[in-house]
Design a protein. Structure first.
Length: 220
């Protein structure tokens, strides 16, 4: 099974390793379905403004994490920065559509669309009653940035434990940081990360690959 990652983000980080400052633009849109009287999720613990704010915060927390990890150092004299814009455009590096669904699943993430179930009771980060929409948004954005959902340890990428976690400062979560390093490496070296089959004995060997993506194929 091939490794999942965001190819545009990896390309951008590889350019940083070349010594070139890079900016990664994330565009977003919050659907009006959130505020609809029938399909919406607005309630006393979650206003329309709260929903927009939590969506932006969920993107910003990842932007802060990646920016801190890929800042200029003694080895690489370049940095990664992020720009967040309230528009979905082909010029953006990543576009995220936040919307609602009538599914029994609290969250569904597919094709850059984040769907929140209107069957659940949601809340903003500062309220008590309901599911914290910021945590679920943050999980979803992490998946769109190429990080895997998991059920083995407590982190923002584990939905089973997400309700009780403080995910406002991901840079302190070693599980999250290690997950990012597996996909995108560090700035302790200047060579690019290229995923592919690294076994010369395979039928799809990629001589340019620097990391295995477990995609090697062998035929008799």
């Amino acid at each position: 099974m091939a490794i999942n990652y965001n190819s545009k983000l990896l390309d951008t980080i590889n350019k940083v390793r070349e010594g070139k400052d890079q900016s990664f633009t994330i565009g977003y849109n919050v659907s009006n379905s959130f505020f609809d009287s029938k399909s919406g999720i607005v309630n006393p613990n979650l206003s329309a403004e709260n929903i927009r704010e939590e969506a932006v915060k969920s993107i910003q927390v990842w932007a802060n994490t990646f920016s801190a990890m890929y800042a200029s150092n003694k080895k690489v004299k370049a940095s990664l920065s992020f720009k967040i814009v309230n528009t979905v455009d082909n010029k953006n590096d990543l576009n995220i559509q936040f919307t609602t669904s009538s599914s029994s699943e609290s969250l569904n993430v597919s094709n850059n669309i984040v769907k929140i179930s209107n069957k659940d009771v949601w809340k903003s980060s500062d309220k008590i009653i309901g599911k914290n929409i910021f945590n679920y948004f943050t999980h979803a954005v992490g998946r769109l940035l190429g990080l895997n959902a998991n059920k083995t340890f407590k982190s923002v990428m584990n939905l089973s434990s997400i309700r009780s976690l403080d995910v406002s400062n991901l840079i302190t979560n070693t599980k999250v940081i290690n997950n990012i390093k597996i996909k995108y490496g560090t700035l302790r070296y200047s060579y690019p990360i290229v995923f592919g089959c690294t076994d010369p004995k395979s039928n799809n060997y990629n001589p340019k690959a620097t990391r295995s993506d477990k995609s090697c194929v062998y035929k008799n």
